[in-house]
Ligand binder design. Sequence first.
Ligand SMILES: [Zn+2]
Ligand SMILES: [Zn+2]
Length: 247
Amino acid sequence: MGIPKPTIEEILHRDLNHRCPEGHPCVRVSAVAELPTRFGEFQVVAFHAPFEEREHAALVKGNITHQENVPVRLHSECLTGDTFGSLRCDCRDQLELALMELARRPVGALLYLRQEGRGIGLENKIKAYQLQEWGYDTVEANQALGFRPDERDYGIAAHMLRSLSVESIELMSNNPDKIRDLTAQGIRVTGRIPIEARPNPHNRRYLETKRLKAGHLLSPAMGPVLDEQVDCLHRTANPPRPARVRP
Ligand SMILES: [Zn+2]
Ligand SMILES: [Zn+2]
């Protein structure tokens, strides 16, 4: 019989006094609880980042510690998409597809990284939207604001995976840069699981820009339509008229 795998609760105790040297991206597992969700049963793990204002989180399915080929989604926070249901991007679709996929599997994790707007922050993301209303695409808008097209940094994500003692991952992503970045951070990526949602009329140009300018591996025949998309695709195609009430 092998050595029993530590649980996340044990990692919580192990991490109590964890701190990397100043200047290195650092997180420690700071709380863990069961989290039943509309997608299935997960554990939610809070990560404290001693050198940042932000806290990060992971949703974990099954026991992933010391496992190989763990399906992992890195999701960067998107307030407008994840919470408000914005149609300008596909973040919420990808979040939901990833959680549905993880719920079907015995093990896996979604890391929720607090790097809003591809790392430029909420305020700048909204400014970039304003520029897009004037005709810029998503990459040009970020550049006009003085940012690189993508300011995200996966050093924290790599540390989170190490904190969770994951041996190797299959990355749920369409973005080859993420695989390169994680590999550069010392994470073993053994495969890729595509995550594609059907575009809507508002994010079609955004997705096309991601494919052409940012090298995302999106196929022209996109993935399934999500239940809640049916509504918004329908709404966009056929705006409902107010019901007429007879006097
Ligand atoms: Zn650390
Ligand atoms: Zn988004």
